[in-house]
Ligand binder design. Structure first.
Ligand SMILES: *[C@@H]1O[C@H](CO)[C@@H](O)[C@H](O)[C@H]1NC(C)=O
Ligand SMILES: *[C@@H]1O[C@H](CO)[C@@H](O)[C@H](O)[C@H]1NC(C)=O
Length: 463
């Protein structure tokens, strides 16, 4: 792995700006992580999915903007706490307090142009009902990528889910997952997305399930999914060192899953649980976290991250709603553009500083983009610091850059302080791109170029 080599200081614009130097590999190193065609995805809470996709004007345009940045429709996952509900085809004999959903739900999900992972019910302990739902999904959804059975099973007991009557712990859940994988897998094939836990590995996770399961149960697993909501303040959330630390919690679980030939995804993630934290999740700092966590997770081999979207109008971390955009959407755009259909990625920063640098390689193994992020916290008062990233190993005479910025890390769209991405914004209510795209040209001399990135800003370099 590349490391930063020099830490020095340079006078920039009258202020003292720290400099660090990063070597851009001329070809993808053998340890570069392979990239999914579209690592940045969205998770729609099960019961809100139809509204997002039929009754929120911004949704199709916001999804299309992301598609245009990467060349691939963003993958979606439909699930969450409300996935553990019953499927019904006709007669309605169950208790009325049990939520139901119908084949029209699958039909709507099947119309999405990207891949869909669908979360189904295990909590109610009615395997035949879930087999019927899975069959219907398989029939009506040409875009079906994977099926989950049960959301965050470690909470089944507390939530009073019937399946958790009696003993319910990681071991009983593992046995339950195995037997459901076999039942559902026999009906629809090896497309199971297993685990789906929120509590960190190794207590809950891929390794624990791989150890507990026999080959028939594992044969039906396509992906392992974990959920992750780091929480904290804007400053701690967006800190690059904290992002690295949090992602390292998953390093072993991802590696174990990959050795078993399975993909690893974050089936649900976002800045804070419960729809987000009011003073943190709508901020530009949370948007910078989105950008950095996507890039860092990808370097570990996490294939896709599905950012969760809950109740419309009561969703602090949402990328958009009916009336307003969310600043985190800008971070998603940055990460999506950085991946941009690339083939592999490496981090070239030390992993323990406030500054992040990643290189993305194309199919020919040549570097195509570098993503630079200065996670120094700027809350809007005093002068904004910056950091100079010196990249070496560049070719050509100049490179273009595009900047992700806002007035401060605390900026919020709904408070009149929208971030900009390459000088452009997304219009409230429609998600239409406004403004003219700005790219700067930076000279390369002797294979080196310097990029000044403000505190709480990120820059994408097109190599
Ligand atoms: C669409 O959203 C509006 C605004 O919340 C709501 O009043 C209406 O009932 C919704 N329509 C449907 C079909 O869900
Ligand atoms: C795996 O365990 C299941 C019971 O959960 C059993 O039906 C199946 O035969 C086992 N498969 C193998 C290969 O042992």
């Amino acid at each position: 792995m590349m490391r930063l080599f020099v830490i020095g200081a340079a006078l920039i614009g009258g202020g003292l700006a720290a400099t660090s130097t990063y070597a851009v590999p001329s070809t993808a190193p053998t340890n570069a992580a392979q990239l999914d065609p579209a690592p940045v995805g969205m998770s729609y809470e099960f019961f809100t999915f139809p509204s997002y996709h039929t009754n929120v004007t911004a949704t199709p345009q916001c999804e299309k903007n992301l598609k245009d940045a990467s060349g691939t429709w963003l993958p979606i996952r439909i699930g969450g706490t409300t996935q553990d509900l019953s499927y019904t085809v006709a007669s309605d004999k169950d208790a009325p307090k049990i939520l139901k959903f119908e084949p029209s739900f699958m039909k709507l999900a099947g119309q999405y142009e990207g891949s869909v992972t669908l979360g189904l019910n295990r909590g109610h302990n009615d395997v035949q009902n879930t087999v019927a739902a899975a069959r219907s999904a398989k029939e009506q959804m040409p875009n079906l990528l994977a099926i989950e059975m049960g959301n965050e099973p470690e909470y089944f007991k507390n939530d009073g889910q019937p399946i958790a009557k009696g003993t319910w712990d990681a071991a009983t859940d593992a046995a339950s997952q195995a037997s459901w994988q076999i039942s559902i897998g026999k009906a629809v094939g090896n497309i199971i997305q297993a685990s789906n836990s929120l509590q960190n590995p190794p207590q809950w996770g891929a390794e624990q399930l791989l150890n507990a399961h026999n080959s028939s149960a594992i044969g039906y697993v396509k992906t392992f999914s974990h959920h992750n909501y780091p929480g904290g303040s804007i400053q701690s959330l967006m800190s690059h060192a904290n992002v690295v630390k949090n992602m390292n919690t998953f390093r072993n679980d991802v590696a174990v899953a990959k050795r078993a030939g399975k993909q690893y995804v974050f089936g649900e993630t976002n800045s804070a649980t419960g729809g987000g934290a009011a003073n943190v999740s709508p901020s530009f700092g949370a948007g910078l976290w989105v950008a950095d966590v996507c890039l860092r997770a990808a370097t570990l081999g996490i294939s896709r991250l599905y950012f969760h979207h809950g109740t419309i109008g009561a969703c602090q971390y949402c990328w958009w709603g009916r009336y307003s955009m969310g600043a985190p959407y800008y971070g998603a755009m940055f990460a999506t553009a950085a991946f941009g259909g690339g083939t592999s990625i490496v981090p070239i920063d030390s992993g323990n500083s406030r500054h992040a640098a990643y290189v993305i390689f194309g199919a020919d193994g040549k570097p195509v983009r570098a993503a630079l992020y200065n996670s120094d916290y700027f809350a809007g008062s005093g002068s904004r610091g910056n950091h100079v990233f010196v990249l070496t190993g560049l070719t050509g005479e100049s490179v273009k850059t595009k900047k992700l910025s806002a007035a401060s890390a605390t900026s919020r769209v709904d408070q009149g302080a929208s971030p900009t991405w390459g000088g452009q914004k997304y219009e409230d209510g429609t998600c239409k791109i406004t403004g003219t795209e700005t790219r700067e040209t930076v000279a390369v001399e002797g294979g080196r170029a310097s990029f000044t990135v403000g505190a709480s800003e990120a820059v994408l370099v097109y190599l």
